[in-house]
Design a protein around this ligand. Sequence first.
Ligand code: ADP
Ligand code: MG
Length: 391
Amino acid sequence: MNKKSVRDVALSGKRVLMRADFNVPLQDGTISDDTRIRAALPTIEYILEHGASLVLMSHLGRPKGQVKPELSLKPVAARLSELLGRAVQMAPDCVGPEVKAMAESLRPGEVLLLENTRFHAEEKKNDPEFARQLAELGDLFVNDAFGTAHRAHASTEGVTHYLPSVAGFLIEKEIAFLGRATGDPERPYLVLLGGSKISGKIAVINNLLGKADKLLIGGGMANTFFKAQGLPVGDSLVEDDALPLANDLLAKAGDKLVLPVDVVIADAFAPDAATQTVPVDQVPDGWRILDIGPQTVAHYRELLSQAKTVVWNGPMGVFEMPAFAKGTFAIAQVLAELDAVTIIGGGDSASAVKLAGVTDKVSHVSTGGGASLEFLEGKTLPGIAALDDKE
Ligand code: ADP
Ligand code: MG
């Protein structure tokens, strides 16, 4: 996937319309985590330093096409201004004559933040007229919102029909790493898959099974494979509907598919439940599997030590509870120490890697939950597909 980025276009004297992901968590009107704003800074600073003015847009929360003052982007303008060390003007809306006049009066180096695009129902409908009005605010479109790239909305896809369109640094990096994982990875290429359910990940399994050398399974999704193999699973989370699929995959994948050999079980789904570690064929009635065991970690570590590319999606256990987080954190540590390209996709997996303290020691943590999953499924993301190709 060879898409143009901000590096490939002339910026001096231009007015850049940039879609960012400023969908930050708010508590009583204050931003509780500004990671997403900080993540957008490299692209923003690059554009401003190259002599352009900047019109920024984003959605925030789910206002459902109505103006919801509590979902205004005003707090983002204030935070962004602090981080950039320059003024950030706040527009009263994202379209309309007043906003247009504000955009047109911008001088190089000046920044305007548009109000929440989802205050208009036309945003999610990808309404062409609404997209055209947004596009009028810039000479050039930069998309840096990977988290919404899997949605064809007016501010992600619609505007590209009216403006030259390129990727910001965040999307450029996502394309580079996820593109490698789904394209032509250096081998051995191992994929770690976990999380609660098989059903949401069927397309990922099918796509990556064709590309990876091995698929190492953990998390709740392993349980359905265990049951399909006739092993006792007690009260573990199992998707009975997915049993035929699990059987198919076991047959199709052969020894490409690697399952846990031991598991941590509990007598309740609770942080203070009684626990024990048992081989996978010895889960008693009334108990449930909530993590992979130490022998599984050792086995996976050995397999991973040979890898040149690793993709990880889905925690190995219920990492939100310390009693069942050991497997996930141990695997995170293994990845941190590998001499390989290591790519983490999925919202909960990204949190787990952060909690394990190894975010900076893996090659890439994807910023988009749903978007990274769709990428790993081999789907084309409309917000990326619509960007201009490199000549
Ligand atoms: P991601 O967001 O990275 O794609 P998922 O949403 O698929 O990951 O899965 C994350 C969830 O899976 C976590 O909330 C975790 O508690 C849950 N999970 C992992 N292992 C188990 C298990 N053995 N039983 C029940 N839930 C599990
Ligand atoms: Mg999730």
